[in-house]
Design a protein around this ligand. Structure first.
Ligand SMILES: NC(=O)c1ccc[n+]([C@@H]2O[C@H](COP(=O)([O-])OP(=O)(O)OC[C@H]3O[C@@H](n4cnc5c(N)ncnc54)[C@H](OP(=O)(O)O)[C@@H]3O)[C@@H](O)[C@H]2O)c1
Length: 255
């Protein structure tokens, strides 16, 4: 049986930990050649080593994506040099500073929008023309359940709402030229690196959902493989909820 991403190349931003790492590992396991990216070279090297030990192909490209357009263009150029071309871009890197409106200063506001919205915007701008030139490609954005079910993080949730909206707008803009754009909206996804206390808190945020507890990054990676592959050839501009039912279903205790 042929692998689902055989012959494809992919750049996964923020793949030095949790969801991005799982996506990079899953893409490589399905035959894609992957560029792992982030700021932390040590964690990046560990992900690359894991992929290579499993027989996959991966390289690390360090990038600090603070929203500066030049930084996004540099990553696009470096990834293209390593891979030859980029067939799949996953805009995964994101930050979540726990700030209320009252405690959000201007620097924090600009930083969160810079990493979560501006950086993927300019990365997509830099890579999509070449995808169109080579006959097509795929862009996958990361949204969040928090974009629709408010839990009191207005700054972060608005950036994720922006990514989900851009997903539809880019699908309209680029879809007719062969580049499919979709998004995944995760529920709470616990990292293997989290300690027990954060894990308990994250499980609490999933109470009342059908899953009843936080999810595993592999669940997001499985959706990303689907969206990156030809199995989703007829899927454009959609946001796939992989959230344990958090946004759509309320399980009432004893009900
Ligand atoms: N985990 C969840 O429960 C959850 C739920 C909904 C949506 N999401 C979304 O899913 C995505 C991944 O979340 P996660 O939980 O896997 O996050 P995470 O474990 O905190 O990882 C974030 C990744 O982004 C990279 N990153 C952060 N700032 C960066 C910067 N300035 N430049 C370049 N890379 C940067 C980090 O790499 P370095 O540290 O190496 O720079 C890291 O690899 C995010 O977009 C998040 O909003 C997560």
């Amino acid at each position: 049986m042929s692998l689902r991403l055989q012959g494809r190349t992919a750049l996964v931003t923020g793949s030095t930990s949790n969801i991005g790492r799982a996506i990079a590992v899953a893409f490589a396991a399905q035959g894609a050649r992957v560029v792992v990216s982030g700021r932390d070279e040590e964690r990046g090297a560990a992900v690359v080593a894991q992929i290579r030990e499993n027989g996959g192909r991966a390289d690390f490209v360090r990038a600090s994506l603070d929203g500066n357009a030049a930084a996004s263009r540099e990553l696009a150029a470096a990834a293209t040099e390593v891979l030859g071309r980029v067939d799949v871009l996953v805009n995964n890197a994101g930050i979540y500073p726990p700030a209320s409106t009252a405690t959000t200063d201007e620097e924090t506001f600009d930083r969160v929008y810079g990493v979560n919205v501006k950086a993927p915007f300019f990365l997509t701008q830099a890579l999509v023309p070449a995808m169109i030139g080579t006959g097509g490609g795929v862009v996958i954005n990361l949204g969040s359940w928090i974009a629709r079910l408010a839990v009191g993080s207005p700054l972060y949730s608005s950036t994720k709402g922006a990514m989900e909206t851009m997903t539809r707008a880019w699908a309209a803009e680029f879809g007719p030229q062969g580049v499919r754009v979709n998004a995944i909206s995760p529920g709470v996804i616990a990292s293997a690196d989290w300690d027990d206390e954060i894990r308990r808190l994250s499980d609490r945020m999933m109470q009342g959902s059908p899953a009843g507890q936080s999810g595993n990054p592999d669940a997001i990676a499985a959706a990303a493989v689907y969206l990156a592959s030809d199995e989703s050839a007829f899927v454009h501009g959609t946001v796939i909820d992989v959230d344990g039912g958090r946004t759509g279903v309320a399980v009432v205790a004893g009900g």
